[in-house]
Design a protein around this ligand. Structure first.
Ligand SMILES: Cc1cc2nc3c(=O)[nH]c(=O)nc-3n(C[C@H](O)[C@H](O)[C@H](O)COP(=O)(O)O)c2cc1C
Length: 219
């Protein structure tokens, strides 16, 4: 069966090291919503798998072409990321950017799509055409704090021909404090999970043929 006929698979990646933190609270909400919608959802803490940054492949690639870094990234990437139909990255904002764990996840994919990996063409294909969601936790409330990360994920989506369908932002600092955010990010994260593969995704250009309405009219 191909991606169209199987139950959809959603990978929820947590970029925070805090097990009961705000990213984890929101990730759990995405998972609840997704499972309600019959989506197969897996939650993973990136730092359970990654303990190294990307290195120079010329220094550490093995003779058989495999990556020589001896952590669990390969397992996360091959068992969970590549087979997924979409992923939600749940990251705290650290210094107006992604956490190092989350950034290292994207950097480390290079070990497998680089031409020096024997199966790189298949890897590039399987990295492409996913649905992508972003869930951010931050202490500050102002919109600009999230723009750098949002732009980065937008560019990743464009580059991989993926659909960047939405952003949820929760404000809080101490563990789980996003539950008190009056903008109700936990409920928004549940909704993101529920609607993940159904949400209307559009990215027009001037020539796109379209009607003047976006949503069906309620009569
Ligand atoms: C190293 C570090 C850098 C941070 N930088 C920012 C920042 O630039 N802007 C901000 O709003 N919050 C910042 N914070 C606060 C976290 O984003 C906030 O506490 C978030 O809710 C933590 O999410 P977590 O519970 O999933 O770890 C920073 C926290 C840490 C530890």
């Amino acid at each position: 069966m191909d991606r169209m006929t199987k139950a959809k698979k959603l990978l929820i990646l947590i970029g925070s090291p805090r097990r009961a933190g705000n990213s984890a609270t929101l990730a759990e909400a995405v998972r609840r919503g997704a499972e309600e919608a019959g989506i197969q959802a897996n939650v993973r803490f990136i730092d359970d798998f990654i303990s190294s940054f990307l290195r120079d492949c010329r220094e550490c690639r093995l003779d058989n072409g495999e990556c020589g870094i001896t952590d669990q990234f390969r397992k996360l990437f091959f068992d969970d990321f590549l087979p997924s139909d979409g992923f939600v990255l749940c990251s705290p904002i650290y210094w107006y950017g992604l956490s190092a764990q989350a950034k290292a996840f994207f950097d480390r994919t290079f070990c497998y799509y680089a031409a020096s990996y024997p199966d790189s063409e298949r890897i590039m294909e399987e990295m492409s055409a996913k649905r992508i969601g972003l869930v951010l936790s931050s202490e500050e409330t102002y919109p600009g704090a999230a723009l750098g990360i949002t732009h980065q994920i937008q560019e990743f989506s464009r580059y991989t021909r993926s659909e960047f369908i939405g952003v949820v932002r929760g404000v809080g600092n101490s563990r789980g404090e996003v539950e008190s955010d009056p903008s109700l990010p936990v409920a928004a994260a549940v909704r993101l999970g529920q609607q993940f593969f159904e949400l209307n995704y559009t990215d027009y250009n001037m020539n796109t043929v379209r009607s003047s309405r976006v949503w069906p009219k309620n009569e």
